[in-house]
Design a binder for this molecule. Structure first.
Ligand SMILES: [Zn+2]
Length: 466
């Protein structure tokens, strides 16, 4: 008999808030392609005799994120040292938060499931190891780049409330949408600004006891997250159904092989010897400031999605609601009298993929021109691109290019007749039943007048040939 398993997933997500400088020093955040070790100072190198100073912008981003996730903000919070030895951490410790995190007890609703948020706290990133050479011939060399050492990270930890790979992906997507909507992070996974680590266990359906869990690392896209969890759940089922036991461990995800692999055992809890960071006094958060931040939060994607869902198909509503700028563009263009559905289509298909935003005025004008049949869709695309580039209005661009479509019937009738007269063979073929011969007539007509409204021209050709 096939056993029924319940999947239990908790998520740990690290997100880099969009600050200009690092968490505890004035070093600028390095671009991805910056030369190694060019964004470092005494503080983030951990040299003796220097003092870390918390970055107010990072604290603000963390508090806003926590508030958007419905967390409580305790009045008192502090930083702690998490001690461990690793080459990418020359200080020998990471400044994080242990027993008094910046926030606790929130929730994020995703597709009908409430995922409880245990905590959102702040910490600093480590450096990056780079390996070169040839392991086989023992010419293996490792280098450390400390540009990322001390970069602020928010850690967002859920309770084990997620029940499938789909829900885990939806949670991560929604979390990113919230963080983007409130403007605290861009959270691009491929740039390492958002790192998702699911912990996964399975248990026999109906059991209350949690199974042994594995934690997955090296996941760099939502797709990889979904696949890695799917793989891991199947692996654990096979282990348990064949009488084995799941080992508590950290596992990596191999994108190339599409499988997880064991990295290190977590059979014994790691001992980090946390203690309060002696160089940073505990923080007492000004409640008036917290309330001011709460009041400054914009509408969240879930609320926006609910509002847009009345006007648009669900997929378009979701895409637009996930991005504050797209949502504002949509609402601005509709407020200027452009019809909602075509506006949404232009945003989803043309604006979102390029990432270049026209003004609401320009988009409204463009959509109206296309909908009225004064501009073909291809011409519309060209006009849109040029409008974004130059800031000129679609009407100005259309006038300059002579793009305006000819929809006038008497004018089009003359053009259609001219095309028929110039191509007697195609006309005869069409009349003899070769319907595709109309393409040659249409091509001739478009050559005479590229701006001819294609739908009306086609109608008139049919009428004249009939
Ligand atoms: Zn520094």
């Amino acid at each position: 008999m096939k056993e029924v398993w319940e999947v239990v997933i908790g998520m740990e997500v690290h997100v880099q808030p969009a600050t200009r400088s690092k968490m505890f020093c004035g070093c600028a955040i390095a671009e991805l392609n910056a030369a190694p070790n060019t964004h470092v100072c005494e503080v983030c190198l951990g040299l003796p005799g220097v003092l870390p100073v918390p970055n107010r912008a990072a604290i603000e981003a963390c508090l806003k994120s926590a508030l958007a996730l419905g967390c409580e903000i305790p009045r008192h919070t502090k930083f702690d040292r998490k001690n461990y030895m690793y080459p990418d951490l020359p200080k020998g410790y990471q400044i994080s938060q242990y027993d008094l995190p910046m926030s606790i007890n929130g929730a994020l609703d995703v597709g009908g499931r409430r995922v409880r948020i245990r905590r959102v706290h702040l910490e600093e990133d480590t450096g990056t190891l780079k390996h070169a050479g040839d392991k086989l011939h023992r010419a293996w060399e490792s280098y450390v780049d400390l540009n990322r050492a001390g970069v602020p990270l928010m850690e967002i930890v859920t309770e084990p409330d997620i029940r499938s790979a789909d829900e885990a992906r939806d949670y991560a997507v929604e979390l990113r949408a919230v963080l983007r909507a409130i403007g605290v992070a861009t959270a691009d996974m491929e740039k390492g600004q958002m790192r998702v680590e699911p912990n996964i266990s399975i248990r026999r359906a109906g059991s209350e006891e949690l199974g042994k869990k594995t934690e997955l690392k090296n996941i760099n896209s939502f797709r990889a997250l979904h696949r890695a969890i799917g793989y891991e759940v199947e692996r654990q089922k096979q282990v348990l159904e064949s009488g084995g036991t799941v080992e508590q461990e950290t596992r990596g995800w191999s994108e190339a092989e599409q499988r997880t692999f064991g990295q290190r055992s977590k059979e014994f809890a790691e001992e980090y010897r946390y203690f309060p960071e002696p160089d940073i006094p505990p923080l007492e958060l000004d409640q008036a400031w917290v309330e001011q931040l709460r009041g400054s939060l914009p509408e969240l994607p879930s609320a926006r999605r609910a509002r847009l869902a009345g006007k648009l198909p669900a997929a378009a509503a979701a895409t637009i609601a996930a991005d504050r700028e797209l949502a504002e563009l949509f609402e601005g263009a509709v407020a200027r009298g452009a019809p909602a559905l075509p506006v949404a289509n232009w945003i989803v298909n043309e604006v979102a993929p390029t990432g270049k935003l026209p003004s609401a005025d320009a988009l409204a004008e463009l959509v109206k021109l296309v909908e009225a049949g004064n501009l073909t869709r291809d011409q519309g695309r060209e006009v849109l691109a040029e409008s974004v580039e130059t800031g000129r209005t679609p009407a100005e661009i259309v006038a300059e290019h002579g793009f305006a479509q000819v929809s006038d019937e008497s004018e089009l009738r003359i053009l259609a007749q001219a095309a028929i007269d110039a191509n007697p063979k195609a006309a005869a073929d069409f009349r003899a039943g070769k319907k595709q011969a109309i393409a040659a007539l249409m091509a001739d007509l478009r050559k005479r007048a590229p701006q001819a409204n294609p739908k009306k021209a086609n109608q008139l050709l049919l009428e004249l040939l009939g």
